[in-house]
Design a protein around this ligand. Structure first.
Ligand code: AMP
Length: 204
């Protein structure tokens, strides 16, 4: 699905932490974002967990009568990690299917602070966007500058020509959850032609 700048996405995939012991600001941000997306009429797609920022996100949306869809692997459900109060909880075979199921249901992606699970999900969305497979906005919520080192790594990757200058348009960075919906609406368009500059080949 092409992203249409100026239009609010109808389903937003949120990647965020399972940790319940990180600074409480991260759970507060997740809860606020859940509420804001629900109030904007966006369906939330997420990993289906009840812990940490994931649970806070879902609770924030449910408090505002939002629609929340979780996609969770069977083994996590068996460990009782799933959030049982959400609108739909889809059980899948493994982590790979979960990631695919989350991204293919979404017309936009938002990443909050998190650990390796969040990084992996964010990197996959950006990698698929570079290849013209996923085309929607990617918004990074940089709470307390948490993502500054990653953003510097991206900048270095472009400087050192592992990525093209144009790839810097694939993500937008905001500081607060209140900026997410406007950023989703304002995100620049992206289409399948990005495959034409996905690979940076020199003389062979
Ligand atoms: P992280 O950012 O490392 O906390 O990872 C978040 C991602 O890890 C989620 O999207 C899940 O893939 C997975 N995950 C790890 N722990 C849990 C949990 N307790 N409940 C649900 N998902 C979890």
């Amino acid at each position: 699905m092409n992203h249409d700048p100026g239009k609010k996405p109808h389903s937003v995939c949120v990647y965020c932490a399972s940790s319940g012991v990180a600074d409480p600001i991260h759970r507060q941000v997740a809860r606020r974002l859940g509420g804001l997306l629900a109030q904007a009429g966006c369906t939330i797609i997420y990993g289906g967990g009840k812990a940490g920022s994931m649970g806070a996100l879902a609770d924030g949306a449910l408090e505002h009568d939002g629609r929340v869809i979780g996609v969770i692997p069977k083994f996590m459900l068996e460990l009782e990690w799933g959030h049982r109060g959400i609108s739909e909880l889809h059980e899948v075979e493994d982590m790979r299917t979960r990631k695919h199921g989350m991204l293919t249901r979404a017309s936009a992606v938002v990443a909050l602070a998190g650990g390796c699970g969040t990084f992996e999900e964010l990197m996959e969305a950006i990698t698929l966007k570079r290849l013209g497979i996923y085309l929607g906005p990617v918004i990074i919520v940089n709470t307390g500058g948490y993502y500054d080192p990653l953003l510097e790594q991206f900048a270095r990757s472009i400087r050192e020509r592992f990525m093209d200058e144009r790839h810097g348009q694939m993500w937008q960075v905001v500081a607060e959850p209140e900026e997410v919906v406007p950023a989703l609406e304002a995100a620049p368009g992206w289409d399948e032609r990005s495959i034409e500059f996905a690979a940076l080949h020199g003389p062979r």
